[in-house]
Design a binder for this molecule. Sequence first.
Ligand code: PLP
Length: 436
Amino acid sequence: MTESTTNLAAFDAARRVMPGGVNSPVRAFGSVGGTPRSLVSASGPYLRDVEGREYVDLVCSWGPMLLGHQHPAVLDAVHAAVDRGLSFGASTPDETRLAELIRSIVPVERVRFVSTGTEATMTALRLARGATGRNLIVKFAGCYHGHSDGLLASAGSGLATQALPGSAGVTEAQAAETLVVPYNDEAALREVFAVHGENIAAVITEAVPANMGVVVPNDGFNQFLRTLTAKHGALLIWDEVLTGFRATATGGWGLSGEPEGWAPDLWTFGKVVGGGMPVAAVAGSAEVMDLLAPLGPVYQAGTLSGNPVAMAAGLATLGEATSNPEVYATLSQRSEQLQQLLSEALTGAGVDHSIQTAGTLFSFAFGTSATGVHDYAQAQSQEAFRYGPFFQTMLDHGVYLPPSVFEAWFVSSAHDDAAMERIAAALPHAARAAAA
Ligand code: PLP
């Protein structure tokens, strides 16, 4: 390929060799229009494209870049790991260190590393089925748990963005084993358990849903899930791929009545746990996790699982996040500041909206001030058509937002005053574009 000097040329070249020109659908800007930016480098809170244009990054690689791009501690650790070898296909001390670090933050006893959040949730389902001998899984409409077959029904994220109910290629048998329930709906859950309780292996939930935009669990909803699943002998799978080590220092867990001492059976992590490298994990009690091979009958494996370079990035990222109190203090401060700027700009332009907040995570939805957003139906009923012009105007003013209205905005501890000023200057223009 000759070096492309424009985003359009780069996208055209990409479309000739990759479906839609991308390796993950939302990157194609399908719902917001315009030409996807072809990125060549990133530093701190900034991204740079092939045209040399710089953007304040509010995607942060969809969550992993908690410390911003090229954080010195992470780079040093990765460079040192690279110098020792890229991959061994065998155990390393850093895997144990990262598992120990995770155990020191959340109440899990065993950790199995994989490479993507999809693998983590897929493994959690298999474990739940292996542990209970049951087939059915309950998930919530609008929650996204990766792209494994059984979890694509009514999923948020890219499927919400493209308004897809599910995916072709998923067999009816697989779809039939996933029961989909509206989020925050205790009555619907009770009903599902009343009918299918003996066959339900697990309920899987995002610790705080953030793939239909952020949706805050009703008070007591997560505790209700714990009680209901325990009563029926089903497991509770707690997906923290997006929220883990980001929504708070202890992830969504930190927002969910942790002091009352309840715990899910299985957890999944991803994104921040790898600091920008392909790392995810399934974790939980020794009793359930030790059902995994080689100890137990539930098989799971990975050529690149626990890759040493990826482990180094995860260890350095989580190490910095847990040892430097500034990290979460800055994330909170920047998140609050952003929400205030966003709300001021939209209100100033007369654009009806609501903002949903969970720790440092937030998202907004057009035309929802009367109701807020408590489930997928409300998320989908927003005036999503306003987001394209809003997004494009922010991009024109040097701010890179998620190219979908159904995503949270991700900040990092590297977002400084200069980055915030650029966002503040752009927002009133974008709000006016959204009002039109
Ligand atoms: N679970 C949640 C809550 C997610 O947000 C995601 C991805 O966004 C996944 C699972 C899947 O992770 P991955 O994209 O690494 O497969």
